[in-house]
Design a protein. Structure first.
Length: 160
């Protein structure tokens, strides 16, 4: 059994949030927070810092732990074909940019097109939002996460 430990970063600057724009043939354009899998023996802080630099080109530092979310795939075929990604724990951190200078991203996710700053009020404000953030448990609770003073447990989703 393998559970993938994943980090995600909420990075806010001038009332804008840094997101990764991704694209696949079935979904079209979608958006995610910068982040990815934690390496063995790597701390969560090290992982979120590394992933943000790799995907966005920005050096960040975690400011506070904000949320925890779990996703479990229930489809047996999907579990067999992608066991590594069939059970994930997302650790979500609010981060700030340390160096305003951006470098060229070194390792984008496979579906990632680019990174962009979007107005916070454009993110998951309603069903026809300009920017729908995935996983939906994070996107649907982004304001609650940002306003929270203590971490938010977003629950478990069982994905078909």
């Amino acid at each position: 059994m393998s559970i993938r430990s994943t980090v995600k970063a909420i990075i806010i600057k001038d009332n804008k949030m840094l997101v990764n724009r991704c694209h696949d043939k079935q979904t079209g354009d979608y958006f995610t927070l910068p982040g990815g899998g934690q390496h063995q023996y790597e701390t969560l802080h090290e992982a979120v810092t590394r992933e943000c630099l790799e995907e966005t080109g920005y050096t960040v530092t975690p400011v506070r732990f904000a949320a925890l979310y779990e996703a479990i795939t229930t489809n047996e075929d999907a579990r067999k074909n992608d066991a590594e990604h069939s059970h994930k724990i997302y650790h979500v951190f609010v981060c700030e940019v340390l160096d305003k200078k951006k470098v060229e991203p070194s390792e984008k996710d496979s579906m990632q097109v680019d990174s962009m700053w979007v107005d916070i009020d454009k993110i998951n404000t309603n069903i026809v939002s300009d920017v729908r953030l995935f996983p939906t448990a994070i996107g649907d609770n982004i304001i609650k996460i940002l306003e929270g003073v203590s971490p938010v447990f977003l629950g478990t989703s069982y994905l078909a």
